[in-house]
Design a protein. Structure first.
Length: 618
């Protein structure tokens, strides 16, 4: 054992130095001590949060973490004030995104299954749905466009009417069995849509910047990749609201259901914020016309930024001026409005193991309406369970057997302990956790100022351009040599500079001054106007940006970008009279000038041998 541990210890010396201010790459940083200590303490007991029996101390804490996050987002958690939210931890944002679509699917098609079962049983239900009519009077198109709240209320009304009718337990069981059989998951997608031919398979709408897990979610849930619809982005790499509205109008006119739409609160690559408020306005207008879809927020990265907008005493949403204090530009009015609208979304993905500064794995899913659990429960509480009536239980008691309501099975209680303790020690409001988030944004503003200064210093030699304004705490930029107009060669030069910033497992990390990351603007996934503007600013021939490369010497299907997540809160702290951002800018200047010197000695921007592309010669 000693030998194996020694070997592991030696290998770990080459682990990515997330803890260091020299790391300004991916969405990683040093961890908050309360979470680390809580995780270490709990890990030795190895609790399993699939159920209270396996995690009696940690399951209640996981549920409380869900409510802590819900309050940060503006969801209600007080049963006396109406519909309450709930949430739980996941292995990461990918599973949370799966759950968002899974929840939408189970709720959306329940009214049709209920109506079918009622018809088989020869019964009907009075005053249900948004129009308070008999269930049998709704068309299938109307049933599939009930809102989440409508469907939760429908189930509650059905339970009351069943109870008042004196239906025998045997009949209740029979009715429940028919409902189970008639659901989409009961019949399977092919048989369900084959039986209800007037209802077409639903669409899921996401921005083109959305995480790749949305592709995977439709594969896993069997909804079909053809039903994943991508919304174009604008010049800020945010969802283009006019295209979104056009898609909604098209699907409504063609009577194609929309299962849900996704707004991104801090994209993984660029940390851009979609216009959540405008998406909600379009959703509400559509609902008024009888066309409904759920709205899920993918806030895996930006979720914890919501803490910056919450007051400590009342949890009320702050005025924009309060948030803006000590910052140069954040939040713009558009960003402020987007964050304020989060409270009206239906569900949210957030990753505590990203901007929550907690150990892996720790993602989270939060839903605004806890009533959805009755549609996803493994026990499928569509009707009264005679032996286990949860209606009079407390929120914790209803959810204590957590595994019934989630996609995952066994799950680490230690992650719940880490999140719970961290949120207790550093509460999710602007005076506590929000201060940490504000520092990261302030650092980005400073970085933007410094990289702009460097661009001016080197403007006779290279062009350094920021393709879109950094709204939050991630910044991207491109570098091109003056006089070069070929995109392939620009990308080649950028990669040569980046060689000194990337982790190479064959080189000791201790030799790295800084560690960064990169990304690309891919042809077909970037607004045409933005692509044209970026390339022109870089003095690149726009004709060399193509979808299919035929000339690797000049053409490319992507624009290479340096990318820096400024998570570490120590980047503005001085080390030997200079802060880390200033040090990085100086180092970047050295790297650029060193590559320029190499070019000047070896016929600038020329391939190493005839017939070899820049990428191959690298």
């Amino acid at each position: 054992m000693r030998q194996e541990l020694q070997e592991l210890s030696a290998e770990l010396k080459n682990a990515a130095p997330f803890y260091s201010p020299r790391y300004i790459g991916h969405m990683n940083s040093d961890l908050l001590l309360p979470g680390v200590i809580a995780e270490f303490m709990t890990m030795m007991y190895n609790p399993n949060n699939v159920a209270a029996e396996a995690g009696p101390a940690t399951v209640p804490r996981e549920l409380e973490v869900g409510w802590q996050l819900a309050r940060m987002f503006g969801y209600n958690t007080d049963p006396e004030k109406g519909t309450t939210a709930w949430g739980h931890l996941t292995s990461g944002g990918t599973i949370a995104n799966y759950e968002g679509i899974w929840n939408f699917r189970e709720v959306k098609f329940y009214p049709i299954a209920l109506a079918e079962a009622a018809g088989v049983m020869g019964i009907d239900f009075e005053a249900v749905g948004p129009e308070q009519r008999k269930l049998s009077e709704y068309s299938k198109w109307a049933l599939v466009n009930f809102s989440i709240a409508d469907t939760v209320d429908l189930l509650a009304s059905v339970k009351r009417q069943i109870s008042a009718s004196g239906m025998k337990p045997k009949e209740v069981k029979q009715f429940k069995g028919i409902i189970d059989r008639e659901t989409l998951v009961g019949l399977g997608a092919a048989d369900f849509f084959g039986k209800h031919r007037e209802i077409k398979p639903p669409k899921v709408i996401v921005p083109i910047t959305a995480h790749y897990s949305w592709d995977k979610s439709l594969k896993v849930l069997g909804l079909g990749l053809n039903n994943l619809v991508l919304v174009k982005t604008d010049k800020k790499m945010c969802l283009r609201i006019d295209h979104f509205e056009e898609l909604i109008d098209t699907f409504e006119n063609e009577q194609i259901p929309v299962l849900g739409a996704v707004g991104v609160l801090g994209s993984t690559e660029f940390s851009t914020i979609d216009p959540i408020d405008e998406m909600l306005e379009i959703r509400e207008d559509a609902y008024d016309r009888g066309f409904y879809f759920g709205l899920h927020i993918d806030a895996a990265w930006g979720g914890y930024m919501c803490s910056l907008f919450r007051r400590e005493e009342t949890n009320q949403f702050c005025e924009r001026e309060e948030v803006h204090e000590d910052l140069s530009y954040f939040p713009s009015q558009e960003i402020y409005d987007a964050f304020k609208a989060v409270a009206d979304s239906d569900s949210i993905t957030v990753d505590p193991h990203k901007l929550g500064y907690l150990p892996y794995p720790c993602g989270a899913f939060v839903a605004r309406n806890m009533g959805v659990i009755d549609f996803i429960s493994q026990k499928a509480s569509y009707l009264y369970d005679i032996k286990d009536d949860r209606s009079h239980k407390s929120q914790v008691e209803k959810l204590i057997n957590l595994g019934q309501f989630i996609l995952e099975g066994s799950k680490p209680g230690a992650a719940a302990a880490a999140a719970y303790v961290t949120h207790r020690v550093v509460p999710l409001n602007k005076h506590h956790f929000g201060r940490l988030v504000k520092v990261t944004i302030k650092q980005c503003e400073y970085f933007y100022k410094k990289i702009t200064t460097l661009a001016n210093e080197l403007d006779k030699k290279v062009l350094i351009k920021i393709p879109f304004f950094p709204e939050t705490n991630i910044i991207c930029f491109a570098v091109n040599v003056k006089g070069n107009d070929k995109l392939a060669l620009m990308n080649f030069f950028g990669r040569r500079v980046f060689e000194r910033l990337k982790i190479n497992r064959f080189e000791p990390l201790q030799m790295k001054e800084f560690v960064g990351s990169y990304t690309s603007l891919v042809h077909g996934k970037i607004d045409d106007e933005l692509a044209h503007e970026v390339l022109c600013d870089l003095e690149i021939d726009t004709q060399t940006f193509v979808s299919d490369v035929t000339d690797s010497q000049s053409q490319a299907d992507h624009i290479f970008l340096f990318r820096h997540s400024l998570m570490s809160p120590w980047l503005l702290h001085r080390w030997e009279n200079k802060n880390y951002i200033d040090r990085y800018i100086d180092y970047l200047k050295e790297l650029i000038e060193a590559e320029l010197l190499k070019l000047s000695k070896a016929k600038p921007m020329q391939q190493k041998k005839k017939g070899t592309s820049p990428a191959e010669s690298e």
